[in-house]
Each structure stands twice: as structure tokens, then as C-alpha cells.
Design a protein around this ligand. Structure first.
Ligand code: GLY
Length: 362
């Protein structure tokens, strides 16, 4: 990680994929650095209604002041916007405005906006330049880095998509100041997951004083640390043929819970349950006992209640997960903190027993 971009106090993490790019983390970057890094003169700015009202108008002004022609496109907030219908409407808006191939799509918002706008960028005119300007903690520490884009289908989450790396990511930690506490905790779940996978020091940094009103330097340091962890994994395995699978810790159950709840359970909440579930499955296999630690974290997250789904429907959704290979469900577990392992010999009895245990304690 290094400092020294045009704006002061910017932490820069390089993501060394085939077309390497920088993730810039700091304060006030939406107005200072973003217009500098977007080199194209025509820009489609995709955001949601909430983020547009809070930050979008200032960003449009800054991009316009830098000489760009900006087409703002706004979708409703929430997972329901990651739909084929919304995606089609955005493509038609770009085509209707005759946006050319040398234009850029900029995603301004959280993970939903980034996934949706990224897939628009990946597919419009067979692919145009893409930039991520994440405004939620979840998008800063996870979704905006690594090039995964996608949409949901009624059959499951993220079942349509493409790898489409951004040209740059600009994470302005000032945007975190206005995040509701519950949303801030959603992002903290992915940071906690990174800590469990690779960085026990990060777990300590996510203590009681970790909140949206923490000093900017601390917010930026924790975001940059997470980005560095994720960037290393993505650089080693851009297309998820190997170690990138580890980032799915907690996500096998989480995606199923999100789908059965009709997406009323937020992603971070679902992953927080998924981390406890993975710990239960792991303990039952004789791995380190991380149930207490993940459960304590789950209580701090204070998620919406666990959906009372029957196990057969959950298993059906888990079976449709992208991590299924050769008909076998694969799940990431932890032999211990910092020691992820992918297991492919899970039985449905084992998974059902762990679900029953989770229902009993969550
Ligand atoms: N969020 C998991 C990944 O980007 O691979």
C-alpha cells in the first residue's frame, strides 16, 4: 500500500490482475480524485435514489466541472434492483442516449449498484470502461474490488453476471458518516470474515469503538487493510478457480437465506448467520471451535431474525449455489482462524444437524 496520489492522504492499494488497477481510499475523494481518475469525457453515472440524494448531485457537479458530459441514471435502492428488468432498462437508457464505446460507466453506491452497473458496463456494446465509487462499507471492503458483477434470478442470488474489473476504485470514507448503524455493521461482517480468513489483527480493530463516527484516518486504515487482503486473493485467482473461493466463507448458507427470505434479510446479516453456521459445521468435523466467537459477533451485528425456513428449501437453494461443482455442494470452513479449507464431502444429514443447532442458538 502506498500514499501519494494527487489528493492528500490517499491510501492506494494496487490490484494486480491482468489489467491492474488502483483502489484509492481517503476522505473527500468523490469530489477531488474521482473526476481525475475517470479519463473518459462521457460518463453514465449509475446510482440509487438514496445515494443520489446524499452524494450524487455533488458528484455530477464535480464531473461536469472537470469537463465531462454526465448521464445520471437512478434505480430504487435495494436488492430488487439487481433484476433483468432493471438491467434491460439501463441498457436501453445508454443506447437511447447513444453513449459510445469510449464512454465510461461509474457506479456510485453500495454493492447492489456496483453489481448492477458493473454488469451493464460489462455487456453494453460488449464492454465499456467501468469505475467503482463505493459509498457503503460493504462495497468498500468487498464488493467494489475484484470485478464480480451480477444480477439475481428468482432461482437464486448472483446467478447471472461477468467478471469485469473496474479501471479504478475510489472509496471516500466521508460517505460512511451518513450510513445508518445497521448498514455499517453489514459491511463490518465482510471485514470480520476477512479477519477470520487471513488477518486476526483485523478482528481486534473491529471492537466496540468501530463505528461510522470513528476518525477518518481509522476508517481509511481499516478499509485499506481489507482491500489489501482482498486484492491479494483476487490477484492470486482472478476468476475464482482456487483460493478466491475462500472469500465465500459464510456465503453458502447466506445466499440461500437471502433467497428464501425474498431478500428481506440483508446480505451482511445473512453472512453473519452463515459464519456461525460454518463454525458449527466445522466444530462438528473436529476443527477449532469458533462458534462462540462468531456468535458473539453475530449478536453485535444484531441482525434481523433468522428466517424460519424449512431445511429442504434451504438445501435446494444451497445446491444451486455457484460453488456447486460436479453436483457436490462445496463449502468453505475454517480449520482455525487463518486456515480456510474447501470441503466437498458434506452430507445433507450433517448440514441439517448444523442448521438445527443454528436455529437453537441464533
Ligand atoms: N465477494 C467475494 C469475491 O469477490 O470473490
Amino acid at each position: 500500500m502506498s500514499s501519494g496520489s494527487a489528493a492528500a492522504d490517499v491510501a492506494v492499494v494496487r490490484v494486480e490482475v491482468e489489467q491492474a488497477y488502483d483502489v484509492n481510499v481517503g476522505s473527500g475523494l468523490l469530489h477531488s480524485l474521482l473526476p481525475e481518475v475517470v479519463s473518459q469525457s462521457q460518463v453514465a453515472l449509475i446510482s440509487d435514489e438514496t445515494v443520489m440524494a446524499a452524494h450524487g448531485h455533488g458528484v455530477v457537479e464535480a464531473l461536469t466541472a472537470a469537463g465531462k458530459s454526465v448521464l445520471p441514471l437512478v434505480v430504487p435502492p435495494g436488492e430488487a434492483s439487481k433484476s433483468l428488468v432493471r438491467y434491460g432498462a439501463l441498457l436501453e437508457a445508454l443506447a437511447g442516449a447513444s453513449l459510445p464505446r469510449d464512454a465510461a460507466v461509474v457506479a456510485l453506491g453500495g454493492g447492489v449498484v456496483g453489481d448492477l452497473a458493473g454488469f451493464v458496463a460489462a455487456s453494453y456494446l460488449r464492454g465499456v470502461a467501468f469505475y467503482q465509487a463505493p459509498t457503503s462499507l460493504l462495497a468498500m471492503v468487498d464488493a467494489s474490488v475484484g470485478g464480480k458483477t451480477g444480477l439475481d434470478l428468482p432461482q437464486g442470488k448472483n446467478l447471472v453476471g461477468a467478471f469485469w474489473q473496474p479501471r479504478a476504485v475510489v472509496a471516500d470514507v466521508n460517505a460512511l458518516r451518513t450510513l445508518p448503524a445497521h448498514e455499517f455493521r453489514q459491511g463490518t461482517v465482510e471485514a470480520f470474515k476477512h479477519g477470520l480468513l487471513a488477518a486476526p489483527d483485523l478482528l481486534a480493530a473491529l471492537g466496540p469503538s468501530w463505528a461510522p463516527d470513528a476518525p477518518s484516518g481509522r476508517l481509511a486504515a481499516v478499509v485499506a487493510r481489507n482491500v489489501a487482503i482482498k486484492a491479494a486473493v483476487v490477484a492470486a485467482d482472478e476468476r475464482e478457480a482456487g483460493v478466491r473461493t475462500h472469500l465465500n466463507l459464510g456465503h453458502t448458507l447466506a445466499h440461500a437465506l437471502e433467497t428464501v427470505s425474498g431478500h428481506s434479510l440483508a446480505h451482511g446479516d445473512a453472512v453473519a448467520y452463515g459464519l456461525v453456521y460454518a463454525a458449527i459445521v466445522g466444530r462438528r468435523r473436529g476443527y477449532a471451535d469458533l462458534v462462540g466467537r462468531t456468535l458473539e459477533f453475530l449478536r453485535w451485528v444484531a441482525p434481523r431474525p433468522l428466517p424460519r425456513a424449512d431445511f429442504a428449501s434451504l438445501l435446494a437453494f444451497m445446491g444451486r449455489d455457484k460453488k456447486v461443482a460436479a453436483g457436490r455442494l462445496r463449502m468453505v470452513l475454517l480449520e482455525d482462524v487463518g486456515q480456510p479449507v474447501v470441503v466437498a464431502d458434506l452430507t445433507s444429514d450433517e448440514l441439517a444437524a448444523a442448521w438445527a443447532e443454528l436455529e437453537g442458538i441464533a
